[in-house]
Design a protein around this ligand. Structure first.
Ligand SMILES: [Zn+2]
Length: 264
């Protein structure tokens, strides 16, 4: 495998990837994104399963054996070019309402199947709208739409993903039980970049800033089966507030009340 010299000061590369779009990465995402099947590399969308995964393995593109959310090529890239940039992007938080009593009621296996159903549905909604998984957080999924990857209309796409989840409630993978989820969509400027994971040798991509916390808190306020779309996401999507469905919520740790549109 070609090993790059470890570089520092890679913010320009990250600015290109997340803000304006890196031509090589976009090409790869277009090519890989249509091949079956998930799970996929978080960066280039190379599929690891199905016929697409088999085909790419023949070309030596496969799940990294040290950083399994990425392919071997992207893992090498993250190690070689650690860095990040400020980016105004859209985010979606999806999490299970009352997960503690629910897990107690269902038992571990059935609760696992509920979380798996949520992940499947969230991934499908993101795949249709050019969203990327930022993190799985226990029973929550965090998706991001950076303009360099999702395009200028990132906010409209993130809202479309939330609308899809509201219209087609996720179900457990082993039963017809609907998964009670709350969703938020928010647009803000965050710092997105690589960060050392559990061992210092592993690099993950994550997002940091007040806007990330706001989006997480906003999802907590959404009722089961509903989404709250912040006013800033609506504005970025050039959508008017529907006064009938406007709500103003006070969020823990956030100074100002937040105006949001309730979907569902
Ligand atoms: Zn990759």
């Amino acid at each position: 495998m070609p090993d790059f010299e470890k570089q520092n000061g890679n913010d320009e590369v990250w600015d290109m990837i997340l803000n304006t779009g890196h031509p090589l990465l976009i090409k790869k995402q277009r090519r890989f994104g249509i091949l079956p099947s998930p799970p996929r590399c978080k960066l280039c969308l190379a599929p690891f399963n199905g016929i697409g995964g088999w085909f790419l393995r023949r070309l030596d593109i496969k799940v990294s054996n040290r950083n399994p959310r990425f392919c071997n090529a992207c893992d090498t890239f993250l190690r070689t070019y650690p860095g990040g940039t400020n980016v105004t992007l859209s985010m979606m938080f999806v999490d299970i309402r009352n997960s503690v009593p629910l897990s107690e009621k269902l038992g571990p296996k059935a609760f696992h199947d509920v979380v798996a159903g949520l992940r499947d549905a969230a991934l499908r909604a993101m795949a249709k709208t050019d969203g990327s998984v930022l993190e799985y957080h226990g029973d929550a999924v965090i998706g991001v739409w950076p303009p360099g990857i999702a395009g200028e209309n990132h906010a409209a796409k993130a809202i479309a993903a939330a609308e899809e989840l509201v219209a087609h409630h996720p179900k457990s993978i082993s039963s017809d039980d609907e998964v009670p989820i709350g969703i938020s969509v928010h647009t803000d400027t965050v710092y997105m970049g690589t960060i050392a994971s559990t061992t210092c040798d592993l690099q993950e991509i994550s997002a940091f800033g007040y806007g990330v916390n706001l989006a997480a808190r906003l999802a907590d306020k959404a009722e089961a089966g509903k989404a709250l779309v912040s006013e800033s996401a609506l504005q970025a999507a050039h959508r008017a507030m529907d006064e009938q469905h406007r709500c103003t919520v006070t969020l823990k740790g956030i100074d100002q009340p937040v105006n949001a549109l309730a979907l569902g």
